[in-house]
Design a protein around this ligand. Sequence first.
Ligand code: DAH
Length: 343
Amino acid sequence: MKQASELLRDLEALEREARAAIADATTTDALEGIRIRLLGRKEGRLTAVLRRLGEIAVEERPALGAAANRVKSALTELLGARAAELGAGAARVPGVDLTLPGRDQWAGARHPVTLVIDEICRVFQSLGFTRVRGPEAETDWYNFISLNTPLDHPAADLHDTFYVSDGILLRSHTSPVQIRTMQAFQPPIRVVVPGLVYRRDPFDASHAPAFEQIEGLAVDQGVSFVDLKATLAEFARRLFGRRATVRFRPSFFPFTEPSAEVDVSCILCGGSGCSTCKGTGWLEIMGAGMVHPAVFENVGYDAERYTGFAFGMGPARVAMVRYGIADIRMLYEADVRFLEQFA
Ligand code: DAH
């Protein structure tokens, strides 16, 4: 049977050595090595002493156990204190403040309007439409005249449009890409055209001087208003859900005849009326109509042979409704705290 006094001497020697080693440690790595050699569960020296308690007489165990535990907690505390000292020492390196929080990695994400544009274009792609683009700087012929809009029309006014130079302007809508597409291809044509457009609008809660549009155009023999209605109704169902419906209201655009404003049943209240749809149950999202014969003549299409429909919508509006964004300016201020919600 081991003597309790022998074990007690071992314990005292161990404590003395350990205190010296801890005080001498100059790095946190070295300190961690000491901790493992003392208290490690498998090979720690103090752990070994505690294990040897079983070898001494039963009546001496409590006193020795208490002594071993005192040494263990004293050394644990010393290790902690020395670790804090070494850490604080590192933090005093000139120009380096290790107490500052780390910087978050900003991974980047697609803009909410881009998400909506991609989704809308995907729906139209599933209906047989191809995605195309056109230039943002246009001539007044493409932006107005070819679309049956004479330059003395109010929309062509200097006050409403950004002119770059005589006859060159920033397009005020994506409709000129209808013309460019028809000049480049013969029917049948089915395209959607996302892109930025520019207007001399005030920058307020519901207007921006630059915003996105998506244009659509379908031309073939025998295309009728029924095709327009069916296509847009199916588009609404695929984008907003099976229960979505559309409503056509008579309207006017120079490049379509007849023309309509197209509303979609409110995606928030389903049509019963809420603050988003201002109690009407409907959201205005696009203009549409049958391509005016004068437009076909301007691109050299036979207006007796071909008919077509066109539409133009505002994806920012859709994004605002979908994500509950009250002010359109939030979409264009590039505030990362706002945008990262969509990541
Ligand atoms: N270009 C029109 C605008 O910016 C929107 C539009 C209306 C486009 C009817 C169309 C259409 O293709 O058929 O206000």
